[in-house]
Design a binder for this molecule. Structure first.
Ligand SMILES: Cc1cc2nc3c(=O)[nH]c(=O)nc-3n(C[C@H](O)[C@H](O)[C@H](O)COP(=O)(O)O)c2cc1C
Length: 375
């Protein structure tokens, strides 16, 4: 089978991973309320999936203003750190390796989620017109909402935010995570700084691409000081061509995505971090990532490279064999198949994904997907 290459070990930072199948960050909105605290049920969900060579937690907000969806877990309060420890203990007991995805949604939020009902914060007062926030309307029930016009951050507040990332990284280590991934993808705060579409600042954080990459650079440097480069990864979502609808899907219009993201990856290379994770467009008929971009990522970056977005074992193995990827992440297939690596390695059939319980709820659609049973 040509996808055997996914079942080979690889080094990532301090770790030798058992295989190249990754559980990517997947928001499932099941934290305990009030307090946005990771639970025993979440620990069970991650334990079931610890056969992955490498795991990244669902996005976890680094401060209260960083939340854009009800019930996502935080990593800034002591009780939240204790909650995450249940998850990391469960994963480690199964021999897994797990990083925490550090998340700040920036403008993709709503007053109902913000301290004091304030406007969300962002690089500029430019509204996210295509993205939706999710607020609680009654215990266990909620609604998608249009994010309001955000408030532009003052330069001193940006400095403070960099400190929040560093503190969240410290908290992640305290919680037992093996490292952290900075969420710089999908139209959230770091991405909002990178994209001229959402950043029209006229100070040192806006204007030139070098300035728009400053926030990322400062976060990477600050977090590196806390965890070391071996325990750090960054996730991007470069979007190439596609229809107008695709391009504004997450509010990210890059005039030259190749140039923007190769320059961003140079920032990572300068710090020698462990990996870059590329989230590809994953909707039907989505624009594809050009091979020329993948080749440029490989020649720019010496760490590990992870791709996600509509992969099958076969497509992923091809990319690894071609030398363009080191690890392949499977999102929706991993939601539906707790033993996904074994199924892929043995050619066993996959459980179909169910819509029920994708975002929020209890065990249904979360921990109730069965492992493969031989007929
Ligand atoms: C339910 C769900 C939640 C997600 N949450 C996150 C998240 O918290 N952080 C992130 O970077 N990507 C998130 N993603 C994107 C996935 O990590 C992945 O890139 C995407 O699902 C494409 O892979 P797939 O086609 O194998 O599902 C999410 C995707 C899904 C379906």
């Amino acid at each position: 089978m040509n996808d055997r290459i996914l079942n080979t070990p690889i080094k990532l930072g301090h770790h030798t991973l058992n295989n190249r199948v990754v559980l990517p960050p997947l928001t499932r909105q099941r934290s305990a309320q009030p307090g946005d605290i990771a639970t025993e049920l979440m620990a069970e969900y991650y334990r079931q999936r610890a056969g992955a060579g490498f795991m990244v937690s669902e996005g976890t907000q680094i401060e209260p203003r960083g939340q854009g969806y009800a019930w996502t877990p935080g990593i800034y309060a002591p009780a939240q750190i204790d909650g995450w420890r249940k998850v990391t203990d469960a994963v480690h007991a199964e021999g897994g390796v797990i990083f925490a995805q550090l998340w700040h949604v920036g403008r993709v939020s709503h007053n109902a989620l913000q301290p004091g009902g304030a406007a969300p914060v962002a690089p500029s007062a430019l509204q996210a017109l295509q993205a939706k926030a999710f607020i609680e309307t009654a215990p266990g029930a909620g609604a998608l909402m249009q994010p309001p016009v955000p408030r532009a951050l003052a330069a001193l507040e940006i400095e403070e935010l960099v400190g929040f990332y560093a503190q969240a990284a410290r908290n992640a280590l305290d919680a037992g995570f093996d490292g952290v991934e900075i969420h710089a993808a999908n139209g959230y705060l770091v991405n909002q700084f990178i994209s001229a579409h959402s950043n029209n600042r006229d100070d040192e954080y806006g204007g030139s691409l070098d300035n728009r990459l400053r926030f990322l650079r400062e976060i990477v440097e600050a977090v590196c000081k806390v965890v070391g480069p071996e325990r750090l990864g960054v996730r991007f979502s470069p979007l190439f061509s596609g229809t107008d609808e695709d391009r504004v899907y997450i509010g990210l219009v890059e005039e030259d995505p190749h140039h923007t993201y190769i320059e961003a990856i140079k920032v990572l290379e300068a710090s020698g971090i462990a990996y870059v994770s590329i989230a590809e467009a994953d909707w039907d008929n989505a624009p594809v990532l050009p091979d020329s971009f993948r080749e440029a990522v490989r020649s720019t970056f010496n760490g590990r490279i992870i791709y996600a977005g509509g992969y099958t074992a076969e497509r992923g193995a091809k990319l690894v064999e071609a030398g363009l990827a080191d690890l392949i992440a499977f999102g929706r297939p991993f939601i539906a198949n707790p033993d996904l690596p074994q199924r892929l390695f043995n050619g066993w059939p996959l459980n179909p994904l169910r819509e029920e319980g994708m975002y929020g709820g209890g065990e249904v659609g979360y921990t109730d997907y069965p492992a493969y049973a031989r007929p």
